[in-house]
Design a binder for this molecule. Structure first.
Ligand SMILES: [Zn+2]
Length: 481
């Protein structure tokens, strides 16, 4: 529906002074507040397949206790952000994208023991981090304290100092916000907001308009404007993914242990043009590859027809611990997410336990994942939990086991080496208790006896507390053994 621009008469004071016998009143100054007229681009005829299967986290800013910016007539940013996000989710899911929302209703992420804004924001970051989506998009609307009714602006933020994939994403989204919302001025800006600073995937925070402007507030209240904004974001995401989504092999952050006097090691990464859902994408541009060791460029070797980057710690002056950052772009200029690798000195031998208590039927059982690492690891020995409970470790340097633990979670476990020449080690214990209503559950293979192969999964009981949607339940980042 075509909406006519609202006109504001600023020269009202002049009109008040005018009388029947005075000079004619001055022409009123008409100020139009552009924005949210109608979608300027076409949806039909576009190839939507680049969005299929993409994993996208949408973060409608604020909610619950936190209303965000509030318009002069009472419209809250939290409700507009959510409205836009719900429209955008619908559009994205229509193309086959997988959408995860940090919230789907009006609530916050405060707990009984922590009621700070930081904890609300930290939830959003860890939610996204645990999912490792293709992109993270936080939806907001800005405000200014000024009562100047002409102030309005589109702002698209990317994480400060992150000029790769996040900036590509910001540019793609910004282009379509500007074309379709028609708000000026419009700026792409680096931002140091919590959710951007802590993002571990390409991330953007959008502030398409000022809710503090009463004209804009009136438009944002309408579903048609929220839908229009969602459509602009949608076209931006489609644009972004249409140019491929190159990545490096492996997790986006991992750790490599380097023994300065040990055998020569090689660290290598493979460039993937596209994810497994798409057969091909634009290939690598090795001329854009960039490897930094603690911020300074270091030489590397490219093989595999430009797809493999190798780096040898022995070729560098290493001062451990150190951080490697690998960047690159594909042939059409789309950046990979930054691939980070921590370099750590090989630690002295230690035993790491990951304890996962579960209480499915009243019997206290606990799964443990154990690993023996460090210089000359010795796997043979036993883990001693208490005077009457010891777990012999016969082979390998890592494993999993299931133990009955009627006395609860132990705070101290020791490793007794099998050969007498080594001393007893205290274990590093990491415990992951899931927040209610999540539980650990064992999935047993074969005849269901606990002696058979089994795996541990997070388990969500069927009945959730009112107001809690499955997607909004906190997820614990799983620490690999
Ligand atoms: Zn906000």
């Amino acid at each position: 529906m075509k909406r006519y621009p609202i006109q504001i008469f600023i020269a009202a004071a002049g009109l008040l002074l005018a009388t029947g016998c005075g000079p004619p009143p001055p022409e009123p100054t008409v100020v139009e507040i552009p924005g949210y007229e109608a979608l300027q681009e076409q949806f039909t005829g576009r190839d939507m397949s680049p969005l299929r299967g993409r994993r996208i986290v949408l973060d409608p800013g604020h909610g619950g206790f936190f209303k965000g910016a509030v318009g002069q007539n009472g419209l809250t940013e939290a409700e507009v952000n959510l409205g836009v996000a719900l429209y955008l989710r619908g559009l994205l899911e229509w193309t086959g994208a997988q959408v995860y929302m940090t919230r789907t209703a009006d609530y916050d992420f405060l707990t009984a023991t922590d009621s700070t804004l930081v904890s609300d924001l930290a939830f959003r970051s860890s939610f996204s981090d645990s999912l490792q989506p293709d992109v993270f998009l936080s939806l907001h609307h800005n405000s200014v304290a000024s009562l100047d009714r002409t102030v309005n602006e589109t702002q698209t933020y990317y994480p400060l100092g992150s000029d790769g994939a996040s900036l590509d994403l910001a540019r793609a989204i910004h282009r379509h916000l500007v074309i379709n919302l028609e708000i000026y001025p419009a700026k792409i800006l680096p931002g140091n907001f919590h959710v951007l600073r802590n993002a571990t995937v390409p991330a953007v925070l959008g502030e398409p308009a000022m809710i503090s402007n009463p004209v804009i507030e009136g438009r944002l209240k309408q579903a048609s404007s929220q839908r229009l904004e969602a459509e602009a974001y949608f076209l931006g995401l489609l644009d972004y993914f249409s140019q491929g989504s190159p990545t490096w092999s492996g997790a986006r952050l991992d750790t490599v242990y380097v023994a300065p006097d040990g055998p020569a090691t090689r660290v290598s990464w493979t460039f993937f043009s596209e994810d497994s859902l798409r057969s091909s994408g634009p290939g690598p541009d090795p001329g854009t590859f960039d490897l930094k060791l603690d911020g300074r460029q270091v030489p590397f070797h490219v093989t595999g027809q430009g797809h493999i980057v190798n780096w040898y710690p022995s070729e560098a002056n290493l001062d451990l611990p150190a951080l490697l950052e690998l960047r690159g772009r594909n042939l059409v200029g789309r950046a990979t997410p930054i691939r980070r690798t921590r370099l750590m000195p090989v630690p002295p031998r230690h035993v790491k336990l990951h304890l996962m208590p579960e209480h499915p039927h009243g019997d206290a059982m606990m799964a443990i994942r154990w690993s023996v690492a460090g210089n000359a690891p010795l796997a043979k020995g036993s883990l001693v939990f208490s005077s009457d409970l010891a777990l012999p470790l016969e082979s390998g340097t890592s494993g999993v086991a299931l133990l009955p633990l009627p006395a609860g979670i132990p705070s101290e476990v020791s490793f007794h080496p099998g050969s007498g020449e080594d001393s007893i080690l205290n274990c590093d214990i990491h415990t992951t208790e899931l927040p209610a209503p999540w539980q650990w559950r064992m999935l047993l293979a074969g005849d269901g006896s606990t002696g058979g192969p089994w795996s541990l999964r997070t388990w969500l009981p069927d009945s959730l507390p009112a107001g809690l949607a499955a997607q909004t339940v906190p997820m614990i980042p799983y620490e690999p053994g």
